[in-house]
Design a binder for this molecule. Structure first.
Ligand SMILES: N[C@@H](CCC(=O)N[C@@H](CS)C(=O)NCC(=O)O)C(=O)O
Length: 203
């Protein structure tokens, strides 16, 4: 059985939990507390030298890290990852966008504010994250003005990848009310079959 090394509040981990739920793939969840440094122990670093969750154990000592790579691996041959090269590449385009232009700003702000509770301490760094985070939201909002979902007019792992940190962006100080197309899309994602909440412990 697959094993997922997981931290409940992590949006990156949530992508994988949500996808596993929607693909109805059974797995064992292994809780790792990143706030206690549990991804930096020698035992964990032997599994993932990058010291981060999510981490998927596919077979004994066969580990896959990076949330979006894990999603591509799991969603292969499912309706959540288009097969034709154009749409497949568009999914990757949005997943790379998420990791380079969205997550470093929105997820990091949320981490400092909501998980570490250090908004004052990180005030200057938070200010620097603001404009690029808003730019990412603007780009998403523009795309969603003409598309119900990010790729090929249907729900895919591109949506899961972007949903994970967008729906909790207010926890990072990003007000979503200026982005009505994003708000409507968040509802569409949350109404997909087998949707789970980010803080819902899977059984
Ligand atoms: N690019 C990676 C980022 C993973 C990541 O940043 N994980 C964080 C939690 S969201 C983590 O494990 N932090 C613990 C640490 O760095 O010690 C992915 O998409 O999976």
């Amino acid at each position: 059985m697959l094993k997922l090394y997981d931290f409940l509040p992590s949006g990156n981990s949530y992508k994988v939990r949500l996808l596993l739920s929607q693909l109805a793939i059974p797995y064992e969840r292994i809780a790792v507390d990143i706030l206690k440094g549990e991804t930096r122990t020698p035992a964990f670093l032997a599994k993932n030298p990058n010291g981060r969750i999510p981490l998927l154990e596919i077979a004994p000592w066969l580990y896959l890290s990076e949330s979006n790579a894990i999603m591509v691996y799991l969603a292969k041959d499912s309706a959540l990852l288009p097969r034709d090269p154009w749409h497949y590449a568009q999914v990757l385009q949005w997943l790379f966008f998420e990791q380079y232009s969205h997550e470093p700003y929105i997820a990091t702000s949320r981490y400092w504010i909501a998980l570490l509770d250090k908004e004052r301490e990180y005030r200057d760094a938070l200010a620097e994250k603001r404009a690029p985070g808003q730019a990412a939201l603007r780009i998403m909002n523009q795309h969603l003005a003409h598309h119900d979902f990010f790729v090929a007019g249907r729900y895919s792992i591109a949506d899961i990848g972007l949903y994970a940190y967008t729906h909790v962006a207010p926890e990072g100080g990003f007000d979503l009310s200026a982005y009505p197309n994003i708000l409507a899309w968040l509802d569409r994602v949350a109404s997909q079959p087998a949707y789970i909440d980010i803080r819902q412990v899977p059984h």
